[in-house]
Design a protein around this ligand. Structure first.
Ligand code: F6R
Length: 364
């Protein structure tokens, strides 16, 4: 049942190229050039904003999607965790598209937030793994993520499938709103079709990530840094590590470091930096150098070009495959997951059933 893996989590991490491939074939037309949403679809001319609500890992998928929607579809996106959103009772303009993201589709706070939005938002959409779940049934449009059953309590393949579906949705919004031209859309869809292959190459880093994780397992605190669309992935990395290895971890936007957390830096707290060689790379590297100047040890996760520029003085490096910018959050989720996994295995914790956690949180 674990298909040769020691844990369900390892199996589910390894399945990501396959399940993402399935999500892509579900949402792309036969020729791969159009995005097809399940009935009744979404009318993007009816929205001028998006509100995305979820909990935990699903919330970090919303966080990453905010960057996509704002960038390609020029739609303002508000994100919130469901337990805050529902009690805040926020004002809702009628031209709002509300999106609820949930693996189980049964998370109590997310369901309550969805019910709050009924009759207020123009459309209630959900991005779910379980199609017969309450959240799917109570939405106007349910968008399946097709990750298959996820057994490990720590969500992995559901996260990358949520990201894939949300990236497709952002591109479809951009097309419908005319904020992207045909050539650019075509480029994005072409690179999305290469995603399973790139994910496979990222998974090939398993042994490298296992080695760094042996060293990380000695730490009591770990800091994750990222800028732009890597910031949500830093959060997901920190959450995964906390959940299964019980090591205290926090994520910060690289640029926030100097506004407080830099006081924590010493030789005992590893700092994991997610920084593909993109438009924000130099900025992230300068924050990373501030860490090293204060004796911090940095694990830099970047690509060939990024490592050529910035490896000097870094404690450990992980060389990721080249990734089109737009897809980097999906691919960089893999080292985030594998670091947590191998660190937890090194510590001997119960990876698939971490203490105090349940797979589906149906109470508030
Ligand atoms: C993280 C994790 C939790 C869930 C959260 C939401 O690994 O498993 O943070 O992501 O409880 O659950 P769903 O997606 O079922 O609403």
């Amino acid at each position: 049942e674990k298909a040769g893996h020691k844990h369900f989590m390892a199996k589910e991490i390894a399945e990501q190229p396959t399940v993402i491939g399935e999500a892509l074939s579900y949402y792309l037309s036969g020729d791969g050039r159009r995005i097809v949403l399940p009935d009744p679809g979404l009318d993007f001319s009816a929205y001028d904003r998006v509100v995305m609500v979820a909990c935990g890992t699903a919330y970090f998928a919303c966080f990453a999607a905010k960057y996509w929607f704002e960038k390609v579809a020029r739609l303002p996106v508000e994100i919130d965790v469901a337990s805050e959103f529902r009690y805040r009772e926020p004002p809702v303009s009628p031209r709002t598209l509300a999106i609820f993201v949930s693996q189980s589709g049964e998370t109590a706070d997310t369901l309550a937030a969805l019910r709050y939005m009924k009759g207020k938002a123009a459309t209630i959409a959900s991005v779910v793994n379980v199609p017969e779940s309450s959240i799917a049934r109570e939405s106007d449009v349910a968008l399946p993520i097709l990750a298959g059953v996820e057994v490990g309590v720590a969500s992995t393949k559901a996260f990358s499938c949520q990201l894939t579906v949300l990236a497709l949705l952002a591109l479809e919004a951009a097309r419908a709103r005319g904020t992207i031209n045909d050539a650019a859309l075509d480029d994005h869809l072409t690179s999305l079709r290469t995603l399973p292959g790139i994910m496979t190459r990222a998974l090939d880093l398993d042994e490298t990530l296992n080695e760094v994780s042996q060293a990380l397992s000695e730490a009591t605190d770990v800091l994750f840094l990222g800028r732009g669309q890597m910031y949500p992935i830093a959060h997901e990395g920190a959450l995964k590590l906390k959940e299964i290895s019980y090591i205290h971890a926090e994520a910060y936007a690289s640029g926030e470091l100097k506004h407080g957390p830099i006081a924590l830096i010493d030789a005992h707290m590893p700092v994991i930096v997610f920084a593909p060689h993109d438009a924000l790379f130099e900025k992230t590297v300068s924050n990373m150098q501030e860490v090293m100047a204060r004796g911090g040890k940095v694990l830099l996760v970047s690509d060939r070009v990024g490592l050529e520029i910035a490896s000097e003085g870094v404690w450990r490096t992980v060389q990721m495959p080249e990734v089109p910018d737009f897809l980097a959050p999906i691919v960089y989720a893999i080292p985030a997951q594998l670091i947590a996994y191998h660190t937890a295995v090194a510590k001997g914790t119960d990876v698939d059933q971490p203490r105090n956690l349940a797979k589906s949180v149906t109470v508030e």
